[in-house]
Design a protein around this ligand. Structure first.
Ligand code: NAD
Length: 476
């Protein structure tokens, strides 16, 4: 390893990282600890000049990095993993503060990053070969150039590294834009990366709402890898059209979970609840609609209510299972969903129609018993700890109901009759389907949505190709 450029890395000072150097800015902004409302550290607001400089540096680095053999790039990623893991405790603490996650979940996310490194270290992207009597065709996969990564606030570490690792493994250079709500872990991860990679290979720019459009418009960026809301995804696709950038869009979902009549009710109830309320419901693939067979509907709902009442909501170090919502905007959105649900007179099986206001953006987990199909709570992604349940009796009908959404990110089926569960699972219109588990994304499986939940996919084996151009060669 080259002599340390970041030996003195400080976890309470934050810079944009451009061309291998820390770059401060004239204008600063501040994150907020959502558990307390406390103002966090100053972070620079990136400018058009910062973006232009980062693109020049990334293009310069790309000319060399694209020819570094994949085995060498893997070695660099393994070294980077070691350096990152040496700082995993500091990352956990930053994540707790910027995002509000309870300690055990922040620690889980910070540590799970290792799985993304390990999975990608095993991958290759070999030339593919086809031949017939007339010709031999080979297809190889070459990097795209400079990738712009635009990230959300709900899993700041995994979603930053989940783009950085495959982009770099395939020989691209990358500029990462964290969410303005959670810039801290990303800026530090990228600062650490300077120890391992040449200037310009991995850069980060944080900022305000103006920054994302600067990346999507820039002609020097070849691809945008975006994770965030459907509404922003549509704007990004439109903004990338004039320069015909490649785009991968990982967007929102409204996942259905179908429960067969033969499940073990006591065992399944807590799993259904956690599928909906993990990370306080702020998960793209959280369970957002639960369809329970009518034979066990009342019993299952009773068990789910009983388990939900045991869930502790609180701050990062209180031993709570659920933390606050991450930001005031999201808190207001979810409160609005509660108001609509109350105003329409739907039944609260557990949870209060009136969100108790206080310090921190806390909302108690809430289950809505059998609202109508056209209700907002069925039709929209709340992205908070509120979930509807409905009964079903006919298999064809419930499959239709599950698929009657503009989104198609994840889905679950629960049942002892595995053949039946799999038969249903195969008919669900979603990118990731789980049988007898709630949604648990893993780096080993390609991840991407159908319909308005996205375009393309990342991770798994297939995900590497999202960062490449295919080049075919025919030999006659
Ligand atoms: P968001 O769309 O508001 O913001 C995401 C990112 O886009 C942020 O960095 C933001 O600054 C940036 N941005 C905003 N406007 C932009 C523009 N016009 N051009 C370029 N960039 C712009 O999303 P969010 O609120 O941060 O995240 C929550 C949403 O993300 C939910 O809908 C959730 O389902 C979705 N999500 C999807 C996945 C997935 O993998 N499919 C994973 C996590 C979250």
């Amino acid at each position: 390893m080259s002599p340390s450029k970041v030996a003195s890395v400080k976890f309470d000072e934050f810079y944009n990282i451009i061309d291998g150097k820390q770059r401060p800015a004239k204008q600063q902004h501040y994150g907020v600890n959502p558990a307390t409302g406390e103002k966090l550290w100053a972070v620079p607001v990136g400018t058009q000049q910062d973006v232009d400089d980062a693109v020049v540096s990334a293009q310069r680095a790309y000319e060399k990095f694209r020819f570094v053999p994949i085995e060498k790039r893997k070695e660099l990623l393994v070294k980077f993993k070691d350096l990152y893991m040496a700082h995993v405790d500091e990352m956990t603490e930053l994540l707790k503060k910027e995002n509000g996650k309870p300690h055990q979940f922040a620690s889980f996310e910070a540590g799970a990053a290792a799985l993304w490194f390990d999975h990608h270290a095993k991958l290759d992207l070999p030339e593919e070969r086809e031949e017939d009597d007339e010709k031999v065709i080979t297809t190889r996969f070459t990097p795209l150039g400079v990738v712009g990564a635009i990230c959300p606030w709900n899993f700041p570490i995994i979603l930053c590294l989940g783009k950085l690792i495959p982009a770099v493994l395939t020989g691209n250079t990358i500029i990462i834009k964290p969410s303005p709500f959670t810039p801290y872990t990303t800026l530090k991860i990228v600062e650490l990366a300077q120890e391992i990679f040449e200037p310009g290979v991995v850069q980060a720019i944080g900022g305000d709402d103006k920054l994302g459009p600067m990346l999507t418009a820039h002609p020097g960026i070849a691809k945008i890898s975006f994770t965030g809301s459907i509404a922003t995804g549509k704007k990004i696709m439109a903004a990338c059209a004039p320069t015909l950038k490649r785009v991968t869009l990982e967007l929102g979902g409204n996942d259905a979970s179908i429960v067969l009549p033969d499940v073990d009710v006591k065992k399944t109830a807590p799993e259904l609840v956690m599928g909906a309320f993990q990370n306080s419901g702020q998960v793209c693939v959280a369970t957002k609609r639960i369809y329970i067979h009518e034979k066990i509907y009342d019993e299952m709902l009773k068990e789910m209510v009983a388990f939900t009442k045991t869930i502790k909501v609180g701050d990062q170090d209180s031993g709570a299972l659920l933390g606050p919502l991450q930001n005031s905007m999201q808190y207001e959105k979810v409160k609005n969903m509660f108001k609509d649900t109350k105003d329409k007179g739907y039944k609260f099986a557990v949870g209060s129609p009136d969100v108790a206001e206080g310090k921190g953006y806390y909302i108690q987990p809430t289950i809505i018993d059998n609202p109508p199909n056209d209700s907002r709570i069925i039709q929209e992604e709340p992205f908070g700890p509120i979930v509807p349940t409905q009964p079903w009796s006919d298999e064809e009908e419930v499959i239709k109901r599950a698929n009657s959404s503009l989104t198609g990110l994840g889905a679950c089926v629960w049942g002892k009759d595995i053949e039946r569960a799999e038969r249903i699972a195969r008919r669900l219109e979603a990118g990731s389907v789980f049988v007898n588990s709630f949604e648990k994304p893993t780096p080993q499986a390609v991840f991407g949505g159908h319909k308005e939940s996205g375009i393309g996919g990342e991770w798994g084996k297939e995900g590497l190709k999202a960062f490449c151009n295919p080049v075919s060669r025919s030999l006659l």
